[in-house]
Design a protein around this ligand. Structure first.
Ligand SMILES: [Zn+2]
Length: 452
């Protein structure tokens, strides 16, 4: 398949912008790219499918933007049914109450069918907004066994890539904790033996403050045995630090390090409340941090020290923590939260925000799919999007990040390609039936809300 006449942005280093660009896709990989005239000359005669990505909706045909598809390094499919839900009682006054009043009630109310449809509606949202790779963190304490299989089937149906884990916690008793550990171990075996290349496994832990040393150690040994990453929330709120200090006389990251759970394959979501020593430990271990500023703002937990972590050499990527799969919105907020939090208009910058979303998220995704690059380059998997974005100021390799933050949005994505396969063409979903899935989800959400 030859995609021609697009405004091609590679996001490679150095970034390349080709005004009339083309991409050749063969066997799920990018086989060639460059100016359309050159690629048409080299492959035009032999290629049976040629896709002209100039928009036909405009009076004068205008090129769509061709970009690498987005990666989301931390999300929660299970949280979808929280949208519009009334939370009983007085509003939560702090982060722990948000967990107790909202998330720890919602997850208890999920059965396997609700798990499936929660995942499907999020996967639709991802395809529509151009995100093709997702790292999910799942919880459904009353439907643990088999829950990751149900999500894996939804991911298969959608045609996306996802790394799945079950969040282990002691909050539902030791039986619940062991069931979670077993689900991670079972799914890891299944993924290794029978899984498709698009679905991968990790071991999930809720957070330091909800697991004992015994539970933490058991998770670490499952991850080691299965040779897969660990994925947990770290110091999202000061409450996590207070718990670790009072119970273990250690800060959260010191505790993780002391229990052998901090390695280059540990995914630490948030890291809002960490000090310099913890940043050093993250850097030394090579652990990955996932930043989700929209969630941090919504929960009122604080501003993560992203720049300090980057300066220390920590790989910080971007997730959405269950918010919409619009990576462009997350990038924009990642930039603005630092400027506001530091009262400094020089903080962060669009170039740094896009580095989190592309370069660093690709490094995180490589823990599961070593072949992913997060760029458009020859040999990389063909994960790309077409966007209906027409710049009205010059767009060149040096200013792409500012067009991304201040011009582009996920709603402009018209076409999504994952592993060389179209999942959306001209805004029409090809693998999932949105109307049918959303109608069923609305039905199930009523029952889930009744159980809250
Ligand atoms: Zn999370």
């Amino acid at each position: 398949m030859l995609i021609v006449h697009g405004l091609l942005i590679t996001m490679s280093e150095p970034n390349q912008v080709i005004e009339d660009g083309a991409v050749l896709v063969r066997d799920g990989l990018i086989a060639d790219l460059g100016p359309s005239s050159e690629l048409l000359g080299r492959h035009g005669a032999s290629e049976s499918e040629i896709i002209d990505c100039r928009s036909s909706m405009s009076r004068t045909p205008k090129p769509k933007v061709i970009l690498p598809a987005n990666i989301c390094a931390h999300t929660h499919f299970y949280g979808a049914f929280a949208r519009g839900m009334a939370i009983p009682g007085a509003p939560a006054i702090n982060f722990v109450e948000i967990l107790e009043k909202l998330w720890w009630r919602l997850d208890l109310a999920l059965d396997l069918e609700a798990v499936k449809y929660s995942a499907l509606v999020c996967l639709i949202d991802a395809i529509k907004h151009g995100t093709t790779t997702l790292v999910d963190h799942h919880a459904s304490p009353n439907a643990i066994d088999g829950s990751l299989d149900v999500i894996a089937e939804a991911v298969e149906q959608a045609g996306l890539r996802a790394a799945l884990c079950y969040e282990v916690t002691d909050r539902n008793g030791m039986e619940g904790a062991w069931a979670g550990i077993e689900e991670n171990a079972r799914f890891a075996r299944r993924a290794a033996q029978h899984g498709s290349a698009r679905v991968r496994a990790a071991v999930g832990i809720h957070a330091s403050f909800t697991v004992s040393d015994a539970t933490l150690d058991a998770c670490v040994s499952v991850a080691k045995e299965a040779d897969i990453p660990l994925h947990l929330h770290v110091a999202e709120d000061q409450a996590d630090q207070d718990d670790a200090l009072s119970k273990y006389d250690l800060r959260v990251i010191e505790r993780l390090d002391a229990r052998g759970s901090l390695t280059h394959r540990t995914l630490c979501a948030h890291c809002v409340h960490i000090d310099e020593r913890e940043i050093d430990l993250l850097a030394q271990s090579g652990a990955k941090v996932i930043h989700q500023p929209r969630s941090n703002m919504n929960n009122g937990v604080g501003v993560a020290p992203v720049e300090a972590m980057l300066e220390a050499g920590v790989c910080v990527g971007l997730g959405n923590d269950g918010f919409s799969n619009d990576a462009f919105a997350e990038m924009k907020v990642a930039d603005m939260i630092q400027k506001l939090g530091q009262r400094n208009p020089r903080a962060m910058g669009a170039d740094v925000a896009t580095k989190l979303a592309y370069t660093n998220n690709a490094r995180i995704a490589q823990l599961f799919w070593p072949e992913l690059t997060g760029t458009l380059e020859i040999g990389a998997p063909a994960d790309l999007i077409l966007m209906d974005y027409t710049p009205f100021t010059p767009l060149h390799a040096g200013n792409v990040p500012w067009h991304m933050l201040f011009g582009m949005s996920g709603g402009m994505v018209t076409d999504t390609l994952c592993n060389g396969r179209w999942l959306m063409r001209e805004r029409r979903l090809l693998t999932l039936d949105e109307a049918e899935i959303c109608a069923k989800a609305r039905e199930l959400a009523v029952h889930v809300w009744e159980r809250i």
